[in-house]
Design a protein. Structure first.
Ligand SMILES: Nc1ncnc2c1ncn2[C@@H]1O[C@H](COP(=O)(O)OP(=O)(O)OP(=O)(O)O)[C@@H](O)[C@H]1O
Ligand SMILES: [Mg+2]
Lengths: 528, 347
């Protein structure tokens, strides 16, 4: 209730802190926060300080408790015990509304925008200007405009665009503007870069630095250690719900951070022997695919993926990869051209028929829309697209023992951390959800694996493991189509690399002839 | 909260409550009434819940119930001389079949034309009511309107079907005086069957996936359209069985007014039972208690039985809006805490 004046007070404190630089005042103090979930302690007695005008990176394995801690700070979950102070005052957070009033805003791992509404509507949602109870969008628009101008070219968005039509990087900006519009002085970003290309990440960092220099305190969660070194002022590491250490970018290396997180030293590169490509498994000829709005997403593309080969597909968002993969997996209609899988024509086949033709492992770009059902258990999700196959069903009946055994095997192999196999998937940490989808789609005996952003949101140790698995599948003779916004991933794994740019496939060449620079140029549409 | 409401209206809640209990379980006869009322509630509740699991809102239980009644009566009044073990199942099957068919229509319309099932089921409810009324319509002497095919000519101007033959009646459990019939066993069996379908069969798993996330179902290679039609068919079958049980077990004939009281209750019960068969059985029992006890309550304490409907609605609101309940509880505990803290502050 009394949180509104609080926000002003933080502002005041912050100014005085700026005057006495040698004695900074933490804007956020987390003291002894513990959070129990049934069967697991997600946070254990956590102490954390955040100072105005700094970027604090929070690192930790999947399931270490990062998102939980942030959810507690922004009022989404009550802590089991412990307290949170903002600007020296104890924050009685009963709801996100209280946290927002105290100047805390969070951009979630899974964006919280209303996808059918415009940018402007989303930004002002819940904070609209009203005049005698009637909405006043003109004033809102001016407010948002002014805010965007304050950050120069960094926050360049069209307020009338509908969220659905925007690429992820833009949606992220909308989330940030939304936070700033509510007067956030503490901005929490939970893995914002998981869906960004390096260029987009670069401009996000510029924006964050700008905000920091204006006094905003930022907490930034990521699994990409290179980014931490790039943008963070201070680093806190969580392991199994506890803060296990603090460090600074100047005083550490990627290897050292990884060791702190995991407790051992993971190797950050994948050993890869040259592949032995066999006959073509996937043949795409002159394929054209349209978006829902009728525009051309994939424009007369032809390529082949051979047995025992990884074809890497790089490219910025919204250049047609999503639609291409949708068409290849039977989820999106093909406008013209042909697709052949293992010699069979699957151009217009449904996902169901492709499954019957021998099948494709498909790690979808966004696991939330296709790849999983949050309310189903871990075991059920692991057989989501396999439940009509022999070991898991007989005479139309589910064979629960087989399903459970399968789940136990996969969970152990892919290090999926769940309290039980009956736990609903939605309550697993984001990275563990991703590992589950990957685990399900990595099956022996499939002719083709289509992996789109396979390591999205996954921690360094698991990235290493998943990369090993992909290479192993390829060595075992699978054809692999790997689409990723992460250039390092493409460069580390692919045998051949192509770039998608505005619906066209350009620069298809062996991996040895491609480097980061050239890929960057290709992604900008400059054929070298 | 029902108590608060009654107190506000100037009645003694305790008296009303004891009246309610007495009315639903006071005598063997009252208890029997409660049990008898439970079966259609269970079945129609299951019908709505099953459709809900598949992501469909079946408002059409009332229509499917009527079609089931008509189908069962149609078989039940003919085929004299058939043995019970054949005639009764046949009549029940006719009820299930006509309910299923009536449920399948909106399912099929949704898949083929995209027509929303809420609209189509509501409209089909009207069609079913009119159709069922016509089947037993007594005709009109003034005009040349002909009587309906199931009308009982011996009933004179009354629109009612002939009595169902003895071989198609559901037997009483403890003799005819208590009027409890084996329909309750069928209803419980159906609850068990639905649970088994949802938890143990592949098709149940697919149905739940389609309901939870159609995109994921498509990704997983499931047949969304087919599953939709199937779910509506089953839902219709359950409601149809409810109709069949009511006509073959209780009324032994069909008249247009026998269809009342399963429409919105069924939705309430499905929601209150949270979609789980066991929950639905309990919710159905609760509604049957309220229903059976209402008149007794009115008699004993003078609380109008309409209050029961208000209470039912309140139960529904609290069951379906957990946020509201949490908010209320928070308010209460906050007030209590403030009260507890007050003396400490003064000290
Ligand atoms: N709603 C919930 N119910 C039960 N357990 C939960 C819930 N939310 C989180 N957990 C558990 O708490 C632990 C910490 O999860 P959290 O999401 O905070 O991890 P994280 O550090 O954000 O991981 P990631 O890097 O994968 O996003 C996990 O073991 C998770 O299973
Ligand atoms: Mg997380």
């Amino acid at each position: 209730m009394n949180a509104a004046p609080l926000a002003e007070q933080i502002g005041l404190r912050h100014q005085s802190a700026g005057n006495r630089r040698n004695m900074p005042y933490p804007v956020l103090e987390v003291r002894g926060v513990t959070k129990h979930f049934p069967g697991v302690v997600a946070n254990r007695n956590i102490d954390l300080d955040l100072f105005p005008g700094e970027i604090l990176a929070v690192l930790g394995e999947n399931g270490a408790g990062k998102s939980t801690l942030m959810n507690i700070i922004c009022g989404l979950h009550p802590p089991t015990s412990g307290s949170i102070r903002v600007g020296g005052r104890r924050l009685e957070c009963r709801s996100p509304r209280d946290a927002i009033a105290a100047g805390i805003a969070m951009v979630h791992q899974h964006f919280q925008l209303v996808s059918s509404m415009t940018v402007l509507e989303n930004i002002v949602l819940g904070a609209e200007t009203t005049r005698r109870g009637i909405l006043d969008p003109a004033t809102d628009e001016r407010g948002v405009d002014e805010l965007c101008r304050r950050f120069g070219g960094q926050l360049d968005i069209n307020p009338q665009a509908v969220i659905d039509d925007l690429p992820m990087a833009m949606r992220l900006r909308v989330e940030i503007v939304k936070a700033l519009y509510r007067g956030a002085r503490i901005l929490i970003l939970d893995e914002p870069t998981a869906v960004l290309t390096p260029q987009e990440t670069g401009s996000l960092f510029q924006l964050l630095r700008g905000l920091r220099n204006q006094g905003t305190a930022i907490i930034f969660i990521t699994h990409k250690l290179r980014e931490v070194l790039d943008v963070a002022d201070r680093i806190a590491v969580l392991r199994q719900g506890e803060v296990v250490g603090h460090t600074r970018p100047g005083a550490t290396t990627e290897q050292a951070m990884a060791t702190m997180m995991v407790g051992r030293a993971p190797s950050l590169t994948v050993p890869k022997v040259p592949g032995v490509p066999g006959p073509p498994m996937l043949q795409v000829d002159n394929l054209t695919v349209h978006r829902n709005d009728g525009t051309t997403a994939v424009d007369r593309i032809s390529f082949e993926v051979h047995q025992g080969e990884i074809l890497g597909l790089a490219g910025g968002q919204d250049n047609g990869q999503t639609e291409l993969i949708g068409a290849l997996t039977g989820l999106r209609p093909v406008s013209s051209g042909t697709v052949r899988l293992n010699g069979h024509d699957t151009t217009h086949a449904s996902a169901r028929r492709i499954g019957r033709e021998g099948g494709t492992g498909h790690i979808p770009e966004d696991r939330h829309t296709h790849g999983m059902v949050e309310g189903f258990s871990v075991a059920q999700n692991l057989v989501l697209n396999l439940c009509n196959r022999p070991p898991f069903t007989r005479w139309g009946l589910l064979r629960l023992e087989a399903i459970r055994a399968h789940a136990r095997r996969k969970a152990a192999a892919f290090d999926i951390r769940a309290t039980s196999l009956e736990q609903p998937l939605g309550s697993l940490s984001a990275g563990n959800q991703q590992k589950l989808v990957v685990a399900r789609e990595m099956r022996d005996g499939l002719p083709l694996l289509i992996a789109s952003q396979p390591t999205r949101g996954v921690d360094v140790g698991s990235v290493e493991f998943i990369h090993h698995q992909i290479v192993q599948q390829r060595n075992a003779g699978q054809a692999v189509l790997l689409a990723s916004y992460d250039l390092d991933e493409i460069l580390a794994l692919a045998d051949r690399i192509a770039v998608m740019f505005k619906g066209r496939l350009i620069g298809l060449s062996p991996a040895a002839q491609v480097d980061r620079n050239r890929l960057g140029l290709l992604m900008a549409g400059i054929p070298a | 909260m029902g108590a608060v409401l009654m107190a506000v209206l100037g009645h003694n809640p305790w008296e009303a409550f004891t009246g309610l209990v007495a009315g639903s379980a006071g005598t063997a006869h009252d208890l029997a009434t409660t049990v008898r009322k439970t079966s259609p509630f269970v079945l129609t509740g299951l019908s709505v819940a099953l459709a809900m699991k598949a992501g469909l809102f079946n408002i059409g239980a009332a229509g499917q119930f009527l079609m089931g009644s008509v189908g069962a009566v149609w078989v039940g009044i003919q085929f004299e001389g058939l043995p019970v073990w054949f005639h009764l199942p046949l009549a029940l099957a006719a009820g299930i079949g006509s309910g299923s068919a009536w449920g399948a229509i909106p399912g099929w319309l949704k898949v083929s034309t995209g027509a929303h099932e809420v609209i189509t089921t509501v409209m089909l409810n009207y069609v079913a009511a009119l159709f069922a009324g016509w089947t037993v319509f007594a005709g009109s002497t003034l005009s040349t309107t002909r009587p309906g095919p199931l009308w009982d000519p011996t009933a004179g101007p009354v629109s009612v079907s002939p009595d169902v033959l003895a071989s198609a009646r559901i037997p009483w459990i403890l003799g005819p005086s208590l009027r409890i019939h084996w329909g309750i066993a069928l209803a419980l069996l159906a609850a068990l069957l639905v649970w088994w379908l949802m938890e143990r069969t592949r098709i149940g798993f697919e149905l739940k996936t389609v309901g939870a996330k159609p995109l994921a179902a498509r990704y997983a290679g499931m047949r969304c359209g087919w599953t939709t039609v199937l779910a509506m068919t089953w839902a219709g079958g359950l409601a149809g069985l409810a109709g069949a049980i009511e006509t073959l077990g209780v009324h032994h004939k069909f008249a247009p007014e026998f269809g009342g009281g399963v429409g919105f209750e069924s939705i309430a019960i499905a929601l209150l039972g949270q979609g789980y068969p066991l929950g639905i059985v309990l919710a159905a029992l609760l509604f049957a208690v309220l229903d059976a006890g209402a008149s007794k309550m009115q008699f004993d304490s003078g609380v109008p039985s309409d209050i029961i409907q208000v209470i039912q609605t309140l139960i529904l609101i609290f069951a379906t809006a957990p946020a509201l309940a949490t908010w209320l509880l928070n308010r209460v505990s906050r007030t209590q805490r403030a009260a507890a803290a007050a003396p400490g502050l003064r000290a």
